[in-house]
Write a protein that binds this ligand. Structure first.
Ligand code: HEM
Ligand code: HEM
Length: 181
């Protein structure tokens, strides 16, 4: 069953589909929700509501949700199939991204992304979200937010540390590579 909030919203809550798409596929800097782990989605909604994660639209939306709505929406989106997305990017950019993703960059103290996000970027358990088939621009926006000090909700500042050690060029390369998986 589709929760009513997905398509129609209610009160101060805008419909999720108006930004995240009818199938939860996302677009540009708006993430796909389809097929993301339920516990991860729930954590993000709680983080937006309590201000640990900052985003004007999502804070407005999340603060209008009751705890049961959050659970229902997280469980709904987790069951939808992840979309196939098309990632236009140059070969050189993807090649650099591939190295970072699988090997990291030890000169800059950056571990391989696969050590936490899974060998194919499929995510691991409830805490490490998938990066594969996520919107490329969204991945880049989040890495830039950590690098710039605007996102702070990663356990133990793991992502803050990683993003701060890479250049914007590298963050861009790894975002497009991960999205293409
Ligand atoms: C991010 C859920 C409505 C725009 C997110 C995330 C979740 C979520 C779980 C984080 C995903 C992740 O970390 O991978 C929902 C639900 C909605 C809803 C359940 C309906 C109740 C909306 C609406 C908008 C919107 C109406 C546009 C006005 C965004 C944007 C982000 C986001 C731009 C990325 C935020 C950032 O850069 O940190 N949403 N959303 N969402 N959502 Fe929503
Ligand atoms: C979240 C990218 C390496 C742990 C994320 C997100 C991105 C990302 C884009 C946000 C996903 C979303 O909002 O849906 C990367 C890249 C890596 C990398 C490109 C390699 C350069 C790692 C490593 C670890 C890690 C090595 C563990 C030591 C986490 C955790 C989260 C996360 C725990 C969830 C944060 C939260 O709860 O909000 N990563 N990651 N990542 N990453 Fe990484």
């Amino acid at each position: 069953d589709t929760p009513v909030l997905v398509h129609s919203g209610q009160g101060s809550v805008w419909s999720c589909a108006s930004c995240h798409g009818e199938a939860g596929e996302g677009a540009g800097i708006t993430p796909r929700l389809a097929g993301m782990p339920e516990a991860y989605l729930l954590k993000q909604l709680e983080d937006f509501a309590n201000g640990t994660r900052l985003n004007e639209s999502m804070q407005y939306v999340a603060r209008g949700l009751k705890p049961d709505d959050m659970k229902e929406l997280a469980s709904y989106y987790a069951t939808l199939p992840a979309p196939l997305i098309n990632v236009p990017s140059s070969d050189a950019n993807l090649a650099r991204g591939e190295v970072l993703f699988h090997q990291g960059d030890w000169k800059q103290n950056v571990p391989a992304c696969i050590s936490c996000h899974g060998s194919q970027g499929e995510g691991v358990g409830a805490s490490f979200p998938p990066l594969a088939a996520q919107q490329a621009e969204y991945l880049f926006s989040q890495l830039s937010a950590w690098k710039g000090g605007h996102r702070h909700n990663s356990p133990q500042n793991l992502m803050d540390d990683i993003a701060s050690r890479l250049s914007y060029e590298d963050l861009y390369a790894v975002s497009y590579y991960a999205a293409s998986l």
